[in-house]
Design a binder for this molecule. Structure first.
Ligand code: DPP
Ligand code: ZN
Length: 876
């Protein structure tokens, strides 16, 4: 099929003002009647032809202005309804369709999840319910009537505010009507019907309006929803305080379901969540789960303004809502927790997920200009890099300018389907800033490389800093222009404090921000009292790869002194990465790598520094991952050599830090009561990191400590950390512990996902066979996306040595698995195949085997558009 291109955008020839939906719910044959008030879009030239999109639906009836439409005036297929001569003025179209929710394994449109009816319409799922102008620039007011058997579905929910409801006399059925007064695109439609448990609460908005809050879940899991409810109320308050944005309906509903392709969905007034991002209690959720619940609840809530009240004109603008909303949820979590630690975690995610995308065959701009299948563009680039671009905008404009721009954006575009141009114009106009060059961040793909070279002139008391930028070629973009990068910085003096300077020549510096705008710029700082250690890209102020020729001793100094906690962490990571890269090369050459003493000194100084928060110290003590090292190497990647080098370095660090590890470990042993707050979580993180490092020695004492840690844990974070450390160390003792864990949580699918993921990530030769066996285990379920991601997603995405087995068996397994799953759930299949994105960087033997597996998938018949698109681009 032909691709969609941004440049081909045209406003719709018709638009829809109101939608009245009636659902007669039945598991295998649900009748949907849609009454649409349609009118020609006066701005647009058009023929009389109206085309409404469908997808696997059956037309059962069609009326125009109340009268059945004659055969010949329309054509209907499962994917398209065409009216050949639509009226010239406003008219009503009544469409009756039939859908089969029980057979819907794609989990798009209307489907069943553990006996509950639910919908997912973003991006193009509404057309699986009724024929429609299923595009985000058609905004309508929806009224939804649901009718179902009372016993099957006592709860009936849809967008907006609740209206009339009641029993249908003489039947076992009942109905409910919901009305959403805010015009919205079809992708924000939702309904849910089923037998569910609920918790309720209330929130009073800043203007004094009372809002009812409800979270629905499976019966028996209500107590696990309380943290999500707390996070929701904090989100509502935060958005008022920080952005002045208030909730706008009488009720806000969240429903947790167990079969869901994405994390969650921001349907107006009725957010539907993957239950993994709602349910949390100390016995079943880790600290990371709590943080994710908080972040995702906030994210979906924040969409109410950035996404719903202001939506996207077309799907090319996806980052308009996603990048901005990720930025907002990251800021929220930073305010709720430790800003420094949150930043490090977010940058780690960006580098682990987005950088490989940007550096491989799937690279695309934050605002793509072409796509075949929009589902494949819900990517780390659109989301995470999109958030970085918004963060840079704030650095460029300053906090006040940023807020002025946001206010203007909301004022101007409330009720609109907007574009990136609209967004940037609001900031440019509110602050009088030219954002022309900045806009390149939305159109140029690839991670820019910045190199820095500094020299100090003692006699002149001046420091010259040359910054050079370039962006590598990416698919469809061979030449790139220099971008506007805010580089936060400090010049660290001999006493560890930032030095002042009198003046700067050669570029614009505002406060602690260097505005790098040229391909190469030399800045001269005058009046610098001593040779500085440059601290550049503080807080990771731009999503770039920074290369700086700085000595190990300067990095060690930075770890000890940098005023920016992010760069203290970065300096330790840089030292570690240099060691790991050198170690990998030594390994390949058959020599024994050695650990750099400066690295052990750096880690030891952070470990012992009680003035630093434990969560931060834990982050510093965690080495770059095997995938990080592979990315740094960039070519001829041998995952076995990387794993060995990393294991050896961990052993050297563990030995080098000696009994300081166990001393700190013992000192952190808990007081027995669990709190999910950030400070308590930080202490657990440090203690668990220390256990993991201790275990690198694989001594009987360390193994005994790990077993004790596992057996005495009073919360999931500690229990799982011990299990994970034993698994990663491939200790034989892990087998019995994994079995005990499974037995303890045999009825809890979400917890067993953690177990599946551990089984799949063990760096052991038998893991692939174990994964294959687990596909037949009763705790696994072949159609549930969470189970699939836990087992197969973890194997392919997080087990570097076993997925990348030299014999190619890991690749063959993923190919076979994908070809089978593609028949049932294309979206989840395509997502799994992203694990092949860096295949060209592998050493030749593995590269050939990965390519063969990819070509075998590509050659299969009847591939879904999702999978065909990913495989084609990956091979291109
Ligand atoms: N539900 C997904 C998200 O919130 C897509 N909108 O990011
Ligand atoms: Zn989102």
């Amino acid at each position: 099929a032909a691709p969609f291109r941004l440049e081909d955008y045209r406003a719709p020839a018709f638009t829809i003002d109101t939608v009245e939906l009636d659902f007669q719910l039945a598991p295998s044959a649900t009748r949907v009647t849609a009454r649409l008030a349609i009118r020609p879009n006066t701005d647009e030239a058009r023929s009389g032809r109206l085309e409404l999109a469908g997808d696997e639906i059956t037309l059962k009836g069609l009326k125009l202005d109340g009268a059945p439409l004659a055969q010949g005036r329309y054509t209907a297929t499962p994917s398209l309804l065409t009216l050949h001569d639509a009226p010239n003025g406003p008219f009503t179209l009544e469409i009756e369709t039939e859908v089969d929710p029980a057979a819907n394994t794609k989990l798009m449109g209307l489907y069943r999840t553990t006996g509950t009816y639910c919908t997912q319409c973003e991006a193009e799922g509404f057309r699986r319910i009724t024929y429609f102008l299923d595009r985000p620039d058609v905004l309508a007011v929806y009224t939804t009537r649901l009718e179902a058997a009372k016993a099957d579905a006592p709860i009936l929910l849809a967008n907006g505010n609740p209206g009339e409801s009641g029993d249908i006399a003489g039947t076992d059925r009942h109905f409910a009507i919901w009305h959403d007064p805010f015009p919205k695109p079809s992708y924000l439609f939702a309904m849910v019907a089923g037998d569910l448990g609920v918790i309720t609460d209330r929130f009073t908005t800043q203007s004094g309006r009372d809002v009812e809050l409800r979270i629905y879940c499976e019966h028996g899991k209500e107590a696990r929803c309380t943290y999500a409810m707390d996070a929701l109320k904090r989100s509502m308050k935060w958005d008022e305080e920080v952005f002045g944005l208030e909730y706008d309906l009488d009720i806000f509903v969240i429903v947790a379901v167990s079969d869901f392709n994405m994390g969650a969905m921001e349907n107006k007034g009725l957010n539907v969540f993957n239950d993994k991002y709602v349910l949390a209690d100390p016995d079943t959720a880790t600290d990371a789960d709590y943080a994710n619940v908080e972040g995702v609840i906030a994210h979906e809530y924040f969409h109410n303004w950035t996404g719903n009240r202001i939506t996207c004109r077309d799907w090319f603008q996806l980052c308009l809502k996603e990048g901005l909303t990720v930025f907002r949820d990251q800021e929220f979590s930073s305010d709720m927790r430790s800003r420094a630690v949150k930043r490090i975690a977010d940058v780690r995610t960006l580098q682990a997920r987005q950088f490989p995308e940007d550096g491989g065959p799937l690279a695309h701009p934050v605002r793509p200009e072409i796509y075949h299948e929009i589902s494949n563009f819900y990517t780390p680039t659109v989301y995470e890099k999109g958030a970085e671009v918004v963060r840079m905008l704030k650095s460029v404009l300053g906090p006040d300018g940023f807020r002025k721009g946001m206010d203007l954006y909301v004022r101007r575009h409330d009720g609109d389907a907007a574009t990136i141009e609209d967004f940037l114009a609001s900031f440019a106009d509110a602050t009088g800033t030219d954002l022309g060059q900045f806009k390149l961040w939305y159109s140029q793909a690839g991670t820019p490389q910045v190199s820095a070279h500094g020299s100090y002139d003692e006699a002149a008391r001046s420091y010259r800093l040359t910054l050079t930028q370039s962006t590598p070629a990416t698919p469809g973009q061979s030449r790139k222009q220099p971008m506007h990068m805010p580089i936060r910085f400090g010049l660290i003096g001999p006493n560890g404090e930032d030095m002042a300077f009198d003046a700067v020549r050669g570029g614009r510096v505002e406060g602690d921000v260097i505005h790098l705008t040229e391909a190469s710029q030399t800045l001269v700082f005058e009046g610098v009292g001593a040779r500085p250690v440059p601290s550049l890209l503080r807080g990771f102020s731009a999503p770039v790869r920074l290369a700086i020729d700085i000595s190990a001793s300067d990095l060690l100094f930075q770890v000890r002194t940098d005023a920016d906690p992010f760069n203290r962490w970065q300096a330790a990571q840089t030292l570690a990465m240099r060691n790991l890269v050198a170690g990998t090369h030594e390994q390949i050459a058959g020599r024994t790598p050695k650990a750099e003493p400066a690295l052990i000194d750096a880690l030891g100084s952070v470990l012992d520094n009680e003035a630093l928060e434990p969560a931060f110290r834990a982050q510093v003590l965690q080495l770059p991952s095997e995938a990080d090292i592979a990315r740094e190497l960039g070519e001829d990647v041998d995952p076995d050599a990387i794993a060995t080098a990393r294991r050896e370095l961990r052993l050297a660090i563990s030995t080098g830090l000696g009994d300081r590890l166990s001393r700190h470990y013992e000192a952190l042993s808990g007081d027995g009561s669990f709190h999910p707050d950030a400070a308590s979580a930080g202490r657990r993180a440090l203690r668990n990191t220390l256990l993991d490092l201790l275990l690198a020695r694989r001594t009987p004492a360390a193994t005994a400590a790990a077993l004790r840690h596992f057996e005495t844990a009073d919360n999931m974070t500690d229990r799982l950390a011990a299990l994970s450390a034993m698994t990663q160390a491939a200790l034989p003792e892990r087998r019995a512990a994994l079995d005990a864990f499974h037995a303890r949580y045999a009825d809890d699918a979400l917890v067993l996902d953690k177990w599946l993921a551990l089984e799949a990530t063990a760096p052991a030769a038998e893991t692939l066979d174990r994964v294959k066996a687990l596909l037949k285990h009763p705790s696994y379920s072949p159609n549930n996306p969470n189970r699939v991601r836990a087992l197969v997603g973890s194997f392919a995405g997080a087990n570097q040595t076993q997925f990348n087995r030299k014999d190619g068996a890991g690749y063959d397994f993923l190919a076979d698995f994908a070809l089978d799953l593609d028949k049932r759930n294309p979206q989840t299949t395509a997502r799994l195949l992203v694990s092949f994105r860096s295949w060209r960087a592998l050493e030749p033997v593995r590269r050939a085997r990965a390519e063969a597996a990819l070509r075998r998938i590509a050659a299969a018949e009847n591939l879904s558009p999702d999978t065909l698109d990913i495989v084609t681009r990956t091979l291109a």
